[in-house]
Design a protein around this ligand. Sequence first.
Ligand code: C2E
Ligand code: CA
Ligand code: CA
Length: 745
Amino acid sequence: MVNKKIVTRFSIFLITFTLLLSLLAGLYFYRGSVRSNLTSSSCNTLENITEQQRLAFLSKLQDQKNSIRTYASFFEYNTSFEEDLLPALNVIAKNSTFSYITIAFPDGSAVENTGLYLNVSDRDYFTRALAGETVISNPIISKLTAEDVVAFATPIIQQNKITAVLIGIYKVQKLSDMLLPSFDGSGYTYITTGRGEIIVKTKGLGNLNLYNNLFDTLMVLDTFQYDNYDTILEKVYANKSGRSEYFFRDGKKLMEYKPIGMNGWYIFSIMPESTVIAQAAPIMTSTYVLAGGIVFIFILLLLYIGVSQKRHMKELSNIAFVDKLTGAATRKKFQITATEVLDSSMQGYAVVILDIDKFKVLNDTLGYACGDKLLICISNILTKNLHREECFGRCDSDEYYLLLEYEDDDSIKNRVLSLLTAIESEFEATIDSSYNLVVCAGIYAITEPIESINILCDKAKHAQQLIKGSQLSNVSFYSEELRNHILSEKLVENKMYDALEAGDFMLFLQPKYRLSDESICGAEALVRWDRGNSFTLYPDQFIPVFEKNGFIVKLDFYMLEKSCAFIKEWIDSGITPVPISINFSRLHLKSINFVDDIARIVEKYQVPPQYIEIELTESTMLGNDNMLISVLSHLHEHGFTLSMDDFGSGYSSLGLLKSLPVDSLKLDRTFFTEYNDLERAKTVISSMISMAKKLGICTVAEGVETREHVDLLIELDCDIVQGYYFAKPMQSSELSEFLAKNRKD
Ligand code: C2E
Ligand code: CA
Ligand code: CA
């Protein structure tokens, strides 16, 4: 009897439980499908709205372009317009939507309808209009009123000749009136240049507003679906449309972007997912009404959800706000507290990042327990040393962000240095005294308090990245140049592997001429990076980054391969080759396989080694130890010739020449640019050449640009010259033609 009761109760419990569970599951899946349907339909809506915005904006731009053209034709028919210029300009200014009307003459001198004179010869839009285009400029700062404006410019053509340029100045502020508000103000739209600079934006509630450059902002956003930062940049670069989803501040955002179709400008439309969820709410309610028949279970269900959510929220907030290991604040908590402090206090602050150099190495060598101890020790020291209004958080494994009071650079630097010292000595005293712990810091003294805390942190990190691993200094300050530098380095690094794969690094060759008979006696391989759309990057713009990240090693071998392939082509088509010199970075000397790797490649292409010259810069050779001499001799044994590059640029000593087995010496091109006094240059160069002669080393002068230089070098008995005077670096095919012509001569 008792057993039966228990069984019945248990069955009822089981059935209720199953019912509840299936109801819960049903609702859950239904809710998910409503959401995802809405999300995908709102993506389409977003796409439609973006397109509408784009068309509306484009047609308004087009109207302005048409109107400046119409006004120009007024001058074109009126041949003697220069007489009544000002009244005419004023009539236009009054009747058009332009704020100012300016007429500019071919030499750049210009007059505005207000009667003011200015010079626009340095403005890009002016040059383009003078070449016959009707153009709209990117935003510029007005020379007269210092307002942000764009210029619509068009040529005035009289008797088939461009006699002037008519310019309509339009306030950027007014451009934003061209944008329609979207999603009842909860969405927002940006118009940017092709490089991400924001031109205008709608006044949406949740505007990103981090950087003036939208790309910088996108770079720091958290999570992406569809297009990520790199893809967005690539697509914009290729003038394509795209879509992305990311998390920012209060939730998930859907983003749609496409080219405007003018000037390389772009439109970005963004809609918070919460707008979608809000749309979902009524549908959900009717579902619940349908489920009204089982109200009781429904309430139970709600209760259940409510209780578990509450517990869940509490757990979440613990997970979200307190760092389990050290008890410090998490990134989220730090962001919230720091924002509150910055909002409520009038005093100056700086954001500081502390970061352990090579934390991974420390973990690997001393063990994770030691790493954990160090983190706890840092948290303790910070807790002890921070003032009441200040705060900090452990934001990533070994990254701490601090908000510190700021008075001036010196005092914050000292304060940060003393924190670093405290950490390092505590580590030495209590954890490990043999390990050389380095903690470095980046500081951003806040000058733009309206920037979000993420951006402030970013700036501190930018500063810190500069010194990380450099051992030059432990503390570094943020500056605008620094940011640009790091962003461009990042872009270069993001693209380098793909570029190598795609063959975007190009072999350029610059011929060398023997001074005795002006015959071509060799060429130097110089790299160029083809970034598409006939946009080329020069070595100065990427080699320093590659030297830092080690990629240069790959690139140098790639250039060697290309040079070998080219020499092989010459040989196969019956042309006697000239030697090609290839630049090798000093980083190669770290590899014991350096010489063998070169020999293997040259053999692979069956190129006789005398056609390959290895160029190493003077600074590489400064080591002057046994290892270096053995590498150089090893290269010689393989039959390669050796050239010492940039001689005279650094701490060169003539003594260096005696001890190193090099075949030729390249005199640095700065000899000609940095010596204003030709007589002095002459003395220095002449002593180098005569020393080289005595040692049987061939001399090559670089950067020879004028006949004067050539004559001087003949007088000083230099052997070979390379420089713009004879030829600039060129595509390999062009060099073949050059060589053929030179040999005929
Ligand atoms: P470098 O080895 O001293 O190369 C000579 C540089 O002088 C080249 O610049 C060349 O274009 C430039 N030049 C030649 N004649 C004249 C002239 O008459 N006047 C002036 N003002 N300049 C002249 P480029 O191609 O920009 O290369 C710059 C540097 O980048 C090179 O200096 C070299 O150190 C490095 N580099 C270029 N390609 C490679 C490479 O494949 N591997 C490595 N490791 N470094 C490379
Ligand atoms: Ca060189
Ligand atoms: Ca050089």
